[in-house]
Design a protein around this ligand. Structure first.
Ligand code: ADP
Ligand code: MG
Length: 367
C-alpha cells in the first residue's frame, strides 16, 4: 500500500484546482504536499459562462475548455509532485476529478460531464491517470454523486460517536456515518457557498465573502428565506445530487432578490445553506453528535456560527479536529478513489448514490 497518489479536484466554486500528493496507510493518510492553482482569469470566466448559460455552449467551446482545463490539471499535478521532492516513478496514479460543466443524473439520457482531458495529464506527467469517475455509477442507476462519502467512511467513521461530515463547497453535501454500523448515507443538501459567491461577485466585485463578514452584517429576510426553502429540491428524497447548473444566479432571479438590501440577501443566502443542511440532519441524522465540516465553507465564520446555532446538541467542528485539513479533503478523496480504481476495487456506495450495485469508477488513461 506504500505508494504515492495524486488527487486533483476543482469543484463547483471554480476557484481553481486543489492538488495533493498523498500516501495511504492502513487507516490514515499522509499528505506529503499540497498545491492550489487558480485558473487563469479568462479561463475561469469562460467556465463560468459555460455553466451559467447552459444553451450558450457550443461544441467548439467545450472542446477547447476540455484541453485548457486538462493542461491546468497537468500543471497542478507536476507542481505538487515537484513540491514534494518525490520521484515521479513513485507515484502509482493520479485521480483527476475534472471540472463539471453539466451534471444531469435525472435526464432521459443521464450523464455527468467533466472537462479536463486526462490524456494531457497522463502524457505530461508520465503517470497513469484516472478520470471520469461519475459516469460508471450513473450507468448502474446512481446519481454519480456524491462520491466522497466512501472516503469519509474509510477515514472518519467511529464505533462510538455518530458523526456526520459536511463538505461545504459551491454545493454542500453530507455523509452520515452511524456509529452502530448501519449503512453510510449521504447526498447533496443544496447550495453551499455558490450562491453567496455569485451574489458577492455581483455586488462587491470580489470572488467571495471573506470570512463571511458581509453575511454577518445583514439581517435574515424571513419571507425570502421561506420562499427559497420551498424549492422542490429540498423536499426531494435521497439519493439526490445537484450542481451550480441549478442553484445559480438564474435560480436567484425568480425571487426578485434585487428589491432587497444586498447585505440582507447575503445573510439570507447564508442562512439558506445553514437551514438546508440543518433540515437534512434533523431528517436523516437526528442522533448526530459531531458534525465535521470541510471545504471552503469552514472559513465562513458566519456560516459556522449559524450552523452551530441551528444544531443544538451536535458539536460543529472542522475536520482539522479529526486530523484532516478541511481544504484538501476532496482532493485526497479523489486520490483515494484513483487508488481503488487501479487496484480494481469499487468506489461508489449504492446506499449514497442509489446505484444498483458497487462498481469500479473511472477511466484509466495510460501515459
Ligand atoms: N476566507 C474565506 N472566507 C469565506 N469563504 C471562503 C474563504 N475561503 C474560501 N471560501 C469559500 O470557499 C469556496 C471554495 O470552497 P471549495 O471547497 O474549494 O469549493 P469547491 O469544491 O466548490 O471548489 C469559495 O468559493 C468561498 O466561497
Ligand atoms: Mg475549490
Amino acid at each position: 500500500m506504500d505508494q504515492l497518489y495524486v488527487g486533483l479536484m476543482s469543484g463547483t466554486s471554480m476557484d481553481g484546482i486543489d492538488a495533493v500528493l498523498v500516501r495511504f496507510l492502513e487507516s490514515s493518510v499522509d499528505i506529503l504536499a499540497t498545491h492550489s492553482r487558480p485558473y487563469p482569469p479568462d479561463l475561469q470566466q469562460a467556465l463560468l459562462v459555460a455553466i451559467r448559460k447552459p444553451l450558450s455552449e457550443d461544441l467548439d467551446t467545450s472542446g477547447e475548455l476540455h484541453r485548457r482545463v486538462g493542461a491546468c490539471f497537468r500543471d497542478a499535478a507536476l507542481h505538487v509532485i515537484a513540491e514534494s521532492g518525490a520521484d515521479r516513478d513513485s507515484v502509482r496514479a493520479i485521480g483527476s476529478h475534472g471540472q463539471t460543466l453539466r451534471h444531469r443524473p435525472n435526464a432521459k439520457q443521464p450523464f455527468s460531464l467533466q472537462v479536463g482531458d486526462a490524456d494531457i495529464i497522463a502524457a505530461g506527467t508520465g503517470i497513469t491517470t484516472v478520470a471520469n469517475f461519475r459516469q460508471a455509477d450513473i450507468d448502474v442507476g446512481g446519481q454519480g454523486a456524491p462520491l466522497v462519502p466512501p472516503f469519509h467512511e474509510w477515514l472518519l467513521r467511529s464505533d462510538t460517536v455518530n458523526r456526520v461530515v459536511a463538505n461545504i463547497g459551491g454545493i454542500a453535501n453530507l455523509t452520515i456515518l452511524p456509529a452502530d454500523g448501519a449503512d453510510t448515507t449521504g447526498f447533496d443538501t443544496g447550495p453551499g457557498n455558490g450562491l453567496m459567491d455569485a451574489w458577492t461577485r455581483q455586488h462587491r466585485g470580489t470572488a467571495f465573502d471573506v470570512d463571511g463578514d458581509w453575511a454577518g452584517s445583514g439581517t435574515v429576510i424571513n419571507g425570502l428565506l421561506q420562499q427559497m426553502l420551498c424549492d422542490p429540491y429540498f423536499k426531494l428524497a435521497a439519493p439526490k445530487s445537484t450542481g451550480f447548473e441549478y442553484f445559480n444566479p438564474h435560480w436567484l432571479e425568480q425571487f426578485q432578490v434585487q428589491k432587497y438590501a444586498a447585505a440582507d440577501v447575503q445573510t439570507t443566502l447564508c442562512e439558506l445553506s445553514v437551514q438546508s443542511i440543518a433540515d437534512a440532519l434533523r431528517k436523516h441524522a437526528q442522533d448526530a453528535q459531531q458534525l465535521f465540516v470541510c471545504g471552503g465553507g469552514v472559513r465562513n465564520r458566519t456560516l459556522m456560527k449559524l450552523l452551530q446555532k441551528a444544531l443544538e446538541g451536535c458539536e460543529v467542528l472542522s475536520t482539522t479536529q479529526a486530523g484532516l485539513d478541511p481544504d484538501w479533503v476532496e482532493a485526497v478523496a479523489f486520490a483515494w478513489l484513483a487508488m481503488r480504481t487501479v487496484n480494481g476495487q469499487s468506489g461508489n456506495l449504492p446506499s449514497v448514490t442509489g446505484a444498483s450495485h458497487k462498481v469500479v469508477l473511472g477511466d484509466i488513461h495510460s501515459p
